[in-house]
Design a protein around this ligand. Structure first.
Ligand SMILES: Cc1cc2nc3c(=O)[nH]c(=O)nc-3n(C[C@H](O)[C@H](O)[C@H](O)COP(=O)(O)OP(=O)(O)OC[C@H]3O[C@@H](n4cnc5c(N)ncnc54)[C@H](O)[C@@H]3O)c2cc1C
Length: 405
């Protein structure tokens, strides 16, 4: 493990910091955006993405000809560390740039890459990921949306669910079943499609926190040109693995870590006539999270060191996600308990700490589901990191249309 920047990395960090300091505001409680419509937020996000792209700070590890910078994995991580300290709107692009872009780079034809990637990198077009279905979430290869070839086109019918951002996205990558007569992983094909295509019906889902970030998406006789196929017919699982490998990195790395905020809150909250942080039971809980944080920090350093030596992102990224997801969820719940009756207020104007822990408490359960549930991540860690016996998969080699449903 190497903890310090090389001279080149230090220079890169200096330049990144200079750009950010000149063009963005550092994060603080006072710049929480209130009463901003989603449409305004998307426009602000597009403007920030365009500014980054024009100055060489977008999609750092993508090739230059597609709108990136050809940077090293270490430079990408350094940029992520620096940008995270600023109040900048990046979330609408997380899936497109973090997962769809790398999949298009790996599997699209040259003409398609030239057409779509620079606009994606500049924030002009936003992309979503259409994988999960009612019958195919953790076991995404169980999906039922089907596509049938008709000349130079494919005709798609079925339903996706939990599609983040589908209601404002321009394009999406879509995994469908094209051959139900072979085992489930072998009959899939990946496409990308225009989300405004006739027959695409996007229906937003309302969440516990009042937001509508994801959607059901219905397909009725939607026609996709064969030129928008990513990879060979039937090889969709291989393509999806590239997306999912990038997803685990993007989701795990992108989760904000709020345990240290609970430390600060415990210094300010009174418990038994003293700051809560002086209470033994409180200190016990905080110490527990602190140990997990430190374990996470050094596991992340190990991963970063491996990446900087040219390794691909491996199943170890699952460890970060499983720890950060649980920490965010448990520590937010604890911060609400510490606020006593104040913890039940859910109002920017009245709640303590700018409503931060209420928002986190209601969003953090999703952290433990999106990009792979805690249970699935533990299965991955058990099988691929620890080498334990695999989960039981009775339908693995059975033709899909013979699996009872
Ligand atoms: C905020 C958010 C955003 C999302 N965005 C997208 C998106 O943009 N695009 C997209 O395609 N999907 C998206 N998803 C969907 C997400 O990928 C799925 O919700 C997730 O993979 C789990 O699938 P499921 O909801 O069908 O749960 P299920 O797979 O039905 O799981 C139900 C429960 O069973 C457990 N379980 C399942 N299989 C096993 C097993 N083998 N061993 C042990 N336990 C098991 C799970 O852990 C879970 O607790 C999003 C989800 C969330 C929460």
């Amino acid at each position: 493990m190497d903890f310090s920047d090389t001279p080149q990395e230090a220079e890169f960090r200096k330049q990144a910091r200079a750009f950010l300091e000149a063009n963005a505001t550092p994060k603080s409680r006072s710049n929480l955006k209130k009463d901003e419509s989603e449409a305004d937020f998307i426009q602000r996000a597009k403007a920030w993405q365009r500014l980054k792209q024009e100055n060489g700070w977008a999609c750092l590890n993508w090739p230059r000809e597609y709108g990136g910078r050809g940077a090293t994995p270490m430079e990408l991580i350094i940029w992520g560390q620096e940008e995270a300290r600023f109040d900048v709107p990046t979330s609408p692009f997380a899936i497109g740039l973090g997962m769809c872009g790398p999949t298009v780079i790996a599997f699209a034809g040259e003409e398609q890459k030239q057409r779509y990637l620079p606009k994606m990198a500049a924030g002009d077009e936003i992309w979503c990921q259409l994988f999960s279905e009612p019958a195919g979430g953790s076991d995404v290869a169980n999906l039922r949306t089907r596509a049938v070839r008709d000349g130079d086109e494919w005709v798609v019918n079925g339903q996706k669910v939990w599609t983040s951002g589908a209601h404002y996205c321009d394009y999406g990558i879509l995994l469908v079943r094209t051959d139900p007569s072979v085992p489930k992983h072998k009959g899939l094909t990946m496409f990308f499609l225009d989300m405004k295509s006739p027959g695409v019906d996007v229906r937003p889902i309302k969440q516990i926190n009042g937001n509508q970030d994801f959607n059901e998406v219905y397909f009725t006789d939607v026609r996709i040109p064969d030129s928008q196929r990513l990879g060979q017919p039937g090889a969709g699982w291989k393509v999806a693995l590239v997306t999912l490998m990038n997803e685990r990195l993007a989701v795990g790395g992108g989760l904000s870590n709020t345990v240290l905020d609970v430390f600060k809150a415990a210094e300010r909250i009174e418990l038994d006539d003293a700051p809560a942080i002086e209470n033994k039971a409180v200190r016990d809980r905080l110490a527990d999270w602190y140990c997990r944080e430190m374990g996470l920090k050094y596991t992340t350093y190990r991963m970063i060191t491996a990446l900087s030596k040219g390794a691909d992102p491996g199943p170890e990224a699952s460890i970060s996600k499983v720890v950060v997801g649980a920490n965010n969820n448990e520590s937010a719940s604890f911060a609400l308990d510490l606020q006593d009756m104040g913890g039940i207020l859910d109002d920017e104007a009245w709640s303590g700490f700018g409503n931060q822990f209420q928002r986190q408490f209601m969003r953090s359960p999703a952290n433990r589901i999106e990009g792979g549930t805690d249970e699935i991540l533990r299965n991955i860690i058990a099988e691929r990191v620890l080498g334990m016996p695999p989960d039981i998969r009775p339908d693995k080699n059975v033709p899909f249309n013979e699996i009872p449903s």
